[in-house]
Design a protein. Structure first.
Length: 203
């Protein structure tokens, strides 16, 4: 196998980005980028820590990532599995990245910057849903943001309802847990109870 080991080798294959790929980069929220953030109900959060990298799905009502000012984003940490991998990383290494997706759109938005966790009572309360406040809020200082071209979404045909995978063809969480734990956790009971458990603990 031939391995690329230098930037020069990489550039010999790919060349250099054109102006459309570079002029779109901003260091603050522009009016068009504001619209993309406010319309997005989903983002992937990438973090880095001593144990390695982590990428975590984050979803909520559209606009759940709050634009505090043109250089600052705020995102509530909603209920999850309490692994807090992303939060552990942020405490030790503030570098973060977000990738916003918008249902039906091929355009995605990438944001890179640095973050810290806030437990300010007033800030937590401002993100409350159904009377439940998040335990922390991720506060991100933007270093760069830019939209990504739609090729990946087009190639994947991501939003085409005819391409949806039938749930019955996939392993369930209960099956995965049972297989990984020699049936100590998971199983049919886990799968049966999960929808109601999720409903009660969504926020």
């Amino acid at each position: 196998m031939t391995v690329i080991s230098t930037i020069e080798q990489l550039e010999a294959i790919y060349g250099f980005p054109n102006e459309a790929s570079t002029v779109k980069v901003a260091d603050r929220v522009t009016p068009p980028y504001r619209v993309l953030i406010e319309k997005s109900p989903f983002a992937a959060l990438a973090t880095s820590g001593p144990e390695g990298l982590d990428c975590s799905p984050r979803g909520d009502l559209a606009g759940f990532v709050r634009i505090h000012d043109d250089r600052t984003l705020m995102m509530p940490d909603r209920r999850g599995n309490n692994r807090v991998d992303s939060l552990r990383n942020i405490v030790r290494d503030p570098r973060v990245a977000l990738l916003f997706l918008i249902p039906g759109s091929g355009t995605t938005l990438r944001v890179n910057g640095r973050a810290h966790l806030s437990v300010d009572p007033d800030l937590l309360a401002s993100f409350a849903m159904e009377g439940k406040a998040p335990r922390t809020v991720i506060v991100m200082t933007i270093e760069e943001l830019y939209f990504q071209c739609a090729r990946a979404i087009v190639r994947s045909d991501l939003w085409n309802p005819d391409r949806r995978v039938a749930p019955g063809t996939l392993p369930t969480p209960g099956e995965i847990l049972a297989g990984m734990s020699d049936d100590r956790v998971g199983g049919e009971k886990y799968d049966k109870e999960w929808p109601e458990r999720a409903r009660q603990t969504l926020w």
